[in-house]
Design a protein around this ligand. Structure first.
Ligand SMILES: [Zn+2]
Length: 131
């Protein structure tokens, strides 16, 4: 398996196309802070970093559950993922980024609403769609 994060997952694609439809322009799976951090959807100018988190890999409180075999290993592995997410949040917000994490189970519309509001309010340009 290629790391934990898969590119172009279905929830991510749905969210991207909704954002695009609303006239927002972004970069996909881009490294930020000198490549040491990356995000799924990146609004460079307004400094908004969006992550679409899978319920299993990121320990969703509603849908995250440990596989029956190798529970101990999985427990450590998933706890490490959650810790890494928290560290990424810290690094990015210290650098002036707004981090938005969307669970894969969230509705595309409400996620897009939150992202659109954040991007538009943080955009210093007259054309908010311009990253
Ligand atoms: Zn979930």
């Amino acid at each position: 398996m290629e790391r934990q994060r898969q590119r172009d997952t279905k929830p991510e694609l749905a969210l991207r196309s909704e954002l695009w439809r609303r006239g927002l322009r972004y970069r996909v799976d881009t490294g930020i802070l000198g490549r040491c951090r990356r995000a799924d959807i990146v609004f460079t100018r307004s400094r908004v970093a969006v992550f679409v988190d899978g319920c299993f890999w990121h320990g969703c409180g509603d849908h995250g559950s440990l596989p029956k075999s190798n529970r101990e290993w999985w427990g450590m592995k998933l706890a490490a993922n959650v810790a890494r997410d928290a560290a990424a949040n810290d690094d990015l917000s210290r650098a002036g980024w707004l981090v938005i994490r969307v669970w894969e189970h969230e509705s595309v519309t409400s996620a897009a609403d939150a992202i659109e509001a954040a991007v538009r309010s943080r955009s210093s340009r007259s054309d908010p769609g311009n990253v």
